[in-house]
Design a protein around this ligand. Structure first.
Ligand SMILES: Cc1cc2nc3c(=O)[nH]c(=O)nc-3n(C[C@H](O)[C@H](O)[C@H](O)COP(=O)(O)OP(=O)(O)OC[C@H]3O[C@@H](n4cnc5c(N)ncnc54)[C@H](O)[C@@H]3O)c2cc1C
Length: 294
């Protein structure tokens, strides 16, 4: 199929883009990498009157180290640039580890970080990693700029807190102290497919291996990426051995309430969710003696 008719604009400055978005509000769609929007236009799942192509706007494509040891990433940064970035590997290795699981490299060459986060597919890797890392998103409009935490941003499948007239301009990922360790894993039928179920775990252990803080984030198992708080609480204050991991794995399975679809049943997702959450925790623990912090 071909898209329904729309008017195409290619603003060359951020101010021009924001004016355009303000003028057209709900009738406008932003075009970034086009990897999700173009299929939606072609299948007429999206029928905007106006498409605002942001690819000619300078200054939205960067990966900047922040003074606190974290990163600020421009929304138009290609996913492939993040994957290949040495500063990402050094500062936030869990992000670098997740990138190759996003589709195929041809998709990552065009697809942007901001596009993936704005699109908010519940099985997407970047929203889950941003939620796990307590990321923040900068939303700009012609009259305002606001910063939203990832936990307040993802609302339901393909729905975020971005208001008509707003553009996601920057993704901020704070630094983790040296004691944090990480694990990332997903299960899909073929390399490059969306995850049927995925997990990102972050652990902060003290010198005796006792858990000080924990974050278990699951994706592909609900309308948005999900923190599994009850499982996190079960880790706190414990030295993490096989029996704690077994308990946590069970809790994760119990807490998940996924849907069945053509890719996997709800039962499968619940069971495999518990298993891969445990594996990501094991991976995090195995990194304790390395210098591979989250
Ligand atoms: C075959 C295939 C396999 C894929 N597999 C995966 C996968 O395994 N994991 C995964 O995460 N993704 C996957 N994707 C999706 C891919 O990551 C997309 O690149 C991403 O979802 C959208 O990014 P984009 O830059 O292409 O955005 P676009 O397609 O241009 O836009 C997507 C949506 O976000 C909005 N938008 C874009 N940028 C902004 C912005 N800065 N501010 C506000 N709104 C904005 C658009 O209006 C649109 O609604 C796959 C895609 C394909 C075609």
């Amino acid at each position: 199929m071909k898209p329904a008719k729309f008017e195409y604009f290619a603003p060359t400055s951020l101010a021009e883009a924001l004016e355009l978005l303000e003028e057209h509000g709900d009738d406008a769609k932003v075009l970034a990498g086009g990897q999700s929007l173009m299929p939606m236009l072609n299948m007429r799942l999206a029928r905007p009157k106006v498409v605002a192509d942001i690819n000619r706007i300078p200054g939205l494509d960067y990966i900047s180290p922040t003074p606190d040891g974290g990163l600020a990433i421009g929304a138009l940064t290609r996913q492939r640039s993040v994957e290949k970035s040495t500063v990402v590997k050094e500062r936030i290795p869990v992000l670098a580890a997740a990138m190759p699981s996003i589709g195929h490299f041809q998709i990552r060459n065009r697809g942007t970080v901001g596009g993936s986060i704005s699109h908010a597919d519940p099985a997407a890797e970047l929203p889950a990693v941003c939620l796990a890392l307590d990321g923040e998103f900068v939303l700009s409009s012609a009259s305002n700029q606001r910063v939203l935490k990832a936990e307040n941003f993802f609302i339901s499948p393909l729905t975020t807190a971005i208001e008509p007239g707003e553009l996601l301009t920057e993704i901020r990922l704070p630094a983790r102290s040296e004691e944090w360790r990480w694990g990332f894993q997903e299960v899909c039928r073929r390399q490059g497919d969306f995850a049927m179920v995925g997990a990102v775990s972050l652990l902060q252990l003290d010198g005796d291996g006792v858990c000080q803080s924990a974050c278990i984030t699951m994706f592909g198992v609900g309308g948005t990426p999900l923190r599994i708080r009850r499982a996190e609480e079960a880790l706190l204050g414990n030295r993490i051995d096989g029996s704690v991991l077994e308990d946590v794995s069970k809790i994760v399975s119990e807490e998940l309430d996924p849907d069945s679809d053509i890719h996997a049943s709800a039962t499968y997702r619940k069971e495999v969710g518990g298993v891969i959450a445990r594996r990501t925790l094991e991976a995090a623990i195995s990194r304790v003696n390395g210098d591979d912090r989250a």
